[in-house]
Design a protein around this ligand. Sequence first.
Ligand code: PLP
Length: 443
Amino acid sequence: MSHVFHRMPRQAYPVAVGGEGAYVLDADGKRYLDASGGAAVSCLGHSHAGVIAAIKAQLDALPFAHTSFFTTPAAEALADLLAESAPPGLDHVYFVSGGSEAIEAALKLARQYFVERGEPQRRRFIARRQSYHGNTLGALAVGGNLGRRTLFEPLLIDVEHVSPCYAYRDQQAGETAQAYGERLARELDATIERLGAETVIGFVAETVSGATLGAVPAVPGYFQRLREVCDRHGILLILDEVMCGMGRTGTLFACEQEGMVPDIVTVAKGLGAGYQPIGAMIASSKVYEAILAGSGFFHHGHTYVGHAAACAGALAVQRAIAEENLLARVRELGAGLASRLRQVFQHHEHVGDIRGRGLFWGLEFVADKAAKLPFDPALRLHARIKANAMHEGLMCYPSGGTLDGRAGDHVLLAPPYILEEPQLDEIVEKLGRAVDRSIAEIR
Ligand code: PLP
């Protein structure tokens, strides 16, 4: 019996013992091509010598120094690098240990920003349905994934949810992408008016929707319209790039492709690439300076904030992304992956939608393509695809249809940026077999 408290205690997990580039090796010597980077984490694969050496060097020098007492060269250099590469104005980096912590920090900073400015009546967030922002209680509250929220609903702060930007299902026949984006902006505007702008702190959204919808980019212009709405009402715009940030979509920050700048952005997975647990909240000067001019103290903190070994690892990851020219590689490999996915799955009778950006792609499965009808969630098609893909030696990240029936099962692909061209073929071939076997099982 395993004494590890696994998330699904009845399930048997292969034992991972090694990593070689884009592959994970189990104790029986089986190789798994990591086509999802775990959950969009391992962007440099599993054996990057430079990153491992940087972490070892930091451990030799100093593993940890509590941030109540010290800063470290690694944290300073990483913050410099992020501030220099982030969209203009996003200059102040707060390090945490993962994505949920980054969101918690963003929510608390946003609230404190208004308190410092003498607007303590601002206490509400608006976020989107069918979104995911993490599993801690604050992050769950802003999240709109019913499957993850429902059990904990009585414990959650009151958050208002508006529609996600989900063109496959919600853009109406005859409606242009621009008109669809404007309709969603009007919905946010009306929601703020209804709640009373003076009570609202901010609006939270994933720049590209990840775990709940499966790599859904917004329609062009959507985020610019939302930025205008937030500005008109004086509320903060917080973008969650925990999954889609740090190069995953072909630019370091996904919002670079949206022509607007948020007030706060969160990143995590691709920051440390799985070599160390680390996340960050990056705040604009506007927000930071309100704290500086006010109490001069951010009312937040965790023991492992700015962990030296984690910062050294993330610094090496980010330097590797720059030095190995990996953003260009993401764009190039991403185009190759997209065309292969379309070749193999576009005419598949149960693949309703193929969407994504860079090396971040999702396939949505439907029982009836014309009606966009999801499979019965009880069939757990996504879990079958994951299991059959593992049997093939392929990792893909599954998610079920939403409980409200407004999305089908899907799988997410987020392979490492260091992938080789032939591995794109391996991904689609193995995934194709896993999908067909899974659908045969439920017929
Ligand atoms: N935000 C987004 C968009 C995510 O995809 C995730 C995790 O999947 C999180 C937040 C939470 O991150 P973590 O699991 O590191 O706490």
